[in-house]
Write a protein that binds this ligand. Structure first.
Ligand code: ADP
Length: 161
């Protein structure tokens, strides 16, 4: 029985969609490491330090969650921490191709590690950090997607009224 799972991602910033997935993963695994990637091809808006701090604040009352960050390959981090399960999210069919490729590449590189896909609550199934940033830059109300402290941080960086 696997005790620990790893949820890697950019989390730029973390949203209620990510949080929904974290809670679902905790129903299956007693311990979940949520790890913020340093080397993402997407140009991040928030620093790794900021993203880690947001995740820590948002998951403060969840038992079994550890927030960390990592450089390099996800599978190297997983092996180092003796983790055999990766958690990823599937929202729309559009996620499928990228996630499928990544899961199979990771399996080729580390056959002992499985990727488990979870689906969020329907109301978060169209929510992405990218879309959120666009909406923030136009001053939209983000209260149903992120907590107030993240909405404030987004608008501070992006919204010029
Ligand atoms: P990455 O750059 O690794 O794709 P993201 O932070 O965008 O990082 O996403 C991390 C994982 O969380 C991905 O598997 C993504 O599909 C999933 N995810 C992102 N937003 C949501 C959401 N609203 N609901 C469910 N899963 C999500």
């Amino acid at each position: 029985m696997c005790q620990r799972a790893l949820y890697p991602g950019s989390f730029d910033p973390v949203t209620y969609g990510h949080l929904d997935l974290i809670k679902r993963a905790l129903l299956i695994f007693p311990e979940l490491i949520v790890a913020v990637a340093h080397n993402t091809h997407k140009k991040p808006l928030f620093t790794v330090k900021e993203r880690v701090a947001m995740l820590k604040r948002l998951t403060a009352d969840l038992k079994g969650v550890i927030i960390d960050d990592f450089n390099g390959l996800v599978i190297d981090y997983a092996r180092k921490h003796k983790i055999k399960v990766l958690i990823r999210g599937l929202r729309m069919i559009s996620d499928f191709e990228y996630e499928f490729q990544m899961a199979l590449t990771n399996r080729r590189l580390a056959s002992e590690i499985e990727t488990v896909f979870l689906m969020p609550q329907e109301s978060y199934s169209y929510l992405s950090s990218k879309l959120l940033k666009e909406a923030a830059s136009m001053g939209a109300d983000l209260s149903s997607f992120v907590p107030p402290f993240i909405e404030k941080a987004l608008k501070k960086k992006l919204f010029r009224p």
